[in-house]
Design a protein around this ligand. Structure first.
Ligand SMILES: [Zn+2]
Ligand SMILES: [Zn+2]
Length: 174
């Protein structure tokens, strides 16, 4: 892979990793998931989650993402459709965005490593946004060497996290 290809791949991944939840989750998928929650509808829940999986897959470049089937997916369907808890639309949206992001953590780490090996990725920057940032996020905020960023889980985010994570490329300093 050429350096521009790696950079393009990272930027494509970052469209899911760093955008706001409302920009990551398509309106139709959000509406479907909210309906699944209200109707306790497993099928709609599976459709919404599958749509998020496909979205993640289209941003994964040449990287493989975790497969759709299995217990984990079943648990996610249940979280959406089979709960008696009250959930806000925002919580559901966060859940969908987090699902897509979680699928892309490993591909992002691979792409960042490839970029570091080729000498094009300089640093990974994670910045706290908003008025309150939890301790877990604060531990992951800062300017990281790309290998350290991978090792310390800098790409991991919880559902309500609004941290901004981006890459500094070597050539920007030249
Ligand atoms: Zn946090
Ligand atoms: Zn955060």
């Amino acid at each position: 892979m050429t350096a521009p290809d790696i950079r393009k791949e990272i930027e494509q991944l970052n469209e899911i990793m760093s955008l706001d939840n409302s920009d990551v989750v398509p309106a139709a998928v959000r509406a479907l998931a909210i309906q699944a929650y209200r109707d306790h509808d497993d099928e709609k829940a599976a459709q919404a989650l599958s749509a998020m999986w496909k979205l993640a897959a289209t941003h994964a470049g040449g990287h493989e993402i975790e497969s759709l089937d299995g217990e984990e997916f079943g648990r996610k369907v249940g979280w959406l459709s089979q709960t008696k808890k009250t959930r806000s639309d925002r919580t559901i949206e966060q859940y969908l965005a987090k699902y897509a992001r979680d699928l892309l953590v490993t591909p992002m780490q691979d792409a960042v490593r490839a970029g570091a090996v080729r000498g094009i990725v300089k640093e990974v920057v994670r910045e706290a946004e908003g008025t309150y940032t939890c301790d877990w996020c604060l531990e992951r905020c800062g300017v990281w060497d790309p290998y350290d960023a991978n090792a310390y889980g800098v790409w991991a985010r919880h559902a309500g996290c609004d941290c901004d994570i981006h890459i500094r490329y070597v050539e920007e300093d030249e």
